[in-house]
Ligand binder design. Structure first.
Ligand SMILES: *Cc1c(COP(=O)(O)O)cnc(C)c1O
Length: 403
C-alpha cells in the first residue's frame, strides 16, 4: 500500500467515528461492476453498496440526468410544487402498480414513515384504542438505524446502549407462520418483514410462508408492509422480491437502488388506504421529493428496465449460484440466494468470513462478511457471464488460500 492510501486511512482512523470497520481498500473511482483504488488497482465490486448501485457505478444515463437537473433546479421544498415529482410519481406507479407514493430520502426514513402511517391508519380506520397499536416484526430483522427502528431490532449491537425505546412492536421468528399468527391480536395494525433477510445473512423463508402471511394479514385486517429496500429493484431477479412469492404487499418500501447510488432516495409505495391518513402538516421532509432526487430516480428506474438489468440479475444470479455450488470446498456449509442476492455460508471452524473477504480483496474481488460466517455476494446487476465466472474462480482461490 502506498503512502497516500496509508495516510488517508490514518486520517479516517483519527477523525472518523469508528462505527464501521471497512476493508483497507481506498476506492477513488467506479464504472459498472468495477472500482479502482487510489493505487489504480481494479476490483470487481460484489457488494454494490448494499444493493444501492444495482445499475452499476456511475451509470452514464443517471449521471447525465443528475447533471442536467442540477443545472436547472435542485430543491424547492414541498412548500411549492416542482415539475419532476409528478413524473416520478407517474413512472414509479406505472412500474410497481402503487396507487399512492410518499417520497423520502434514506431507507430508514421510509421505514419510519410507514410505521407512522400504519399506526395512524390503525387508530383512524381500524379503530385501535389510542396508544395501543402493535406492529409484528421478525427476529433478526434489519430496517435501518434510527432510534425508532433499532428499538425493534433483536441485534444486541444495533440496540445495545441506545434505549429507552418506543413500545408497540412484537418480534417473532422469521419464516414461522404459526408464530406470526399467534402474535396477531386485535390491536395489530401491521406486519412488517423483509422478503429475504439481507443483513441477517440472506435468509430465505420456507416456500409458502409469504402466501400464509398475506392470508393472515387479509383475514385479520392487518397491513402487510414489505421492506424491499434491499431486495427490490431487480436484486433478486424480479422487480420486487414479492413476485417470487406470488403476493402483493399493502405497503412496499424501496430505497437504495432507487437512485442507482447517486443520492439518497426512498419511497413508501401503497396499495391501500394507508397513506391516505397522512394529511397536510402531519408528515414531511425538507429534501423528500426534491427535483434532483426525482430526476435521478426516474433515470435509475428507466435504465433498470430498458437495459434488461432485472432479467440479467435472474440469469447471472443463477450462473453465479451454480458456479459457487460447484466449488465444493469443505469450508462451505451452504450457498443460497435468489437472483444476484447470494450468500456463501462457511463452517464456523473456518474462523470467520472476514478472512475470506480479505483473501478475495487481495485477488481483486470486494465482498462483505455478514454475521460472522457468511459472505454476501451482490454485484451490480450489469455483471456479465465472464465477470461472474471470474468472481467464482476467485472465490475458489480465496477458499483454498485460507484452508
Ligand atoms: C439498508 C436497509 C435499510 C435502511 O436504509 P438506509 O438508507 O441505510 O437508511 C432498511 N431496510 C433494509 C432491508 C435495508 O437493507
Amino acid at each position: 500500500m502506498t503512502h497516500h492510501a496509508r495516510d488517508l486511512i490514518a486520517i479516517e482512523t483519527r477523525l472518523g467515528a469508528h462505527n464501521y470497520k471497512p476493508l483497507d481498500v481506498v476506492i477513488e473511482r467506479g464504472a459498472g461492476v468495477w472500482v479502482w483504488d487510489v493505487e489504480g488497482r481494479r476490483y470487481l465490486d460484489c457488494l454494490s453498496a448494499y444493493s444501492a448501485v444495482n445499475q452499476g457505478h456511475c451509470h452514464p444515463k443517471i449521471r447525465e440526468a443528475m447533471i442536467a437537473q442540477s443545472e436547472k433546479l435542485t430543491l424547492t421544498s414541498r412548500a411549492f410544487r416542482n415539475d419532476q415529482l409528478p413524473l416520478f410519481y407517474e413512472e414509479i406507479a406505472a412500474l410497481t402498480g402503487a396507487h399512492t407514493v410518499l417520497p423520502m430520502n434514506s431507507g430508514a426514513e421510509a421505514v419510519e414513515s410507514a410505521v407512522k402511517a400504519v399506526r395512524k391508519w390503525g387508530y383512524e380506520v381500524k379503530g385501535v384504542p389510542a396508544g395501543q397499536a402493535e406492529i409484528v416484526v421478525a427476529r433478526e430483522n434489519f430496517h435501518g438505524r434510527t432510534l425508532g427502528i433499532v428499538g425493534f431490532s433483536t441485534d444486541p449491537d444495533a440496540r445495545g446502549g441506545f434505549g429507552p425505546f418506543a413500545p408497540g412492536f412484537v418480534a417473532v421468528p422469521f419464516g414461522d407462520a404459526a408464530a406470526l399468527e399467534a402474535a396477531i391480536g386485535p390491536n395489530t395494525v401491521a406486519v412488517m418483514l423483509e422478503p429475504i433477510q439481507g443483513e441477517a445473512g440472506v435468509v430465505i423463508p420456507p416456500d409458502g410462508y409469504f402466501r400464509r402471511v398475506r392470508d393472515l394479514c387479509t383475514a385479520h385486517g392487518v397491513t402487510l408492509v414489505l421492506d424491499e429496500i434491499q431486495t427490490g429493484l431487480g436484486r433478486t431477479g424480479k422487480l420486487l422480491a414479492e413476485e417470487h412469492e406470488g403476493i402483493e404487499a399493502d405497503v412496499t418500501l424501496v430505497g437504495k437502488a432507487l437512485s442507482g447510488g447517486f443520492y439518497p432516495v426512498s419511497a413508501v409505495l401503497s396499495n391501500s388506504e394507508v397513506l391516505g391518513v397522512l394529511k397536510p402538516g402531519q408528515h414531511g421532509s425538507t429534501f423528500g421529493g426534491n427535483p434532483l432526487a426525482c430526476a435521478i430516480a426516474r433515470a435509475a428506474l428507466k435504465v433498470l428496465v430498458e437495459e434488461g438489468m432485472i432479467e440479467n440479475s435472474a440469469a447471472m444470479g443463477a450462473r453465479m449460484k451454480a458456479g459457487l455450488e460447484a466449488i465444493r470446498s469443505n469450508l462451505v456449509r451452504e450457498v443460497r440466494g435468489r437472483g444476484l442476492m447470494l450468500a456463501v455460508e462457511l463452517h464456523p471452524e473456518v474462523g470467520g468470513a472476514r478472512r475470506v473477504c480479505e483473501a478475495l480483496r487481495e485477488r481483486g474481488v470486494l465482498a462483505k462478511d455478514t454475521h460472522e460466517h457468511t459472505i454476501r455476494l451482490a454485484p451490480p446487476l450489469v455483471i456479465t457471464s465472464e465477470e461472474v465466472d471470474m468472481a467464482v474462480d476467485v472465490m475458489g482461490e480465496a477458499l483454498r488460500a485460507v484452508a
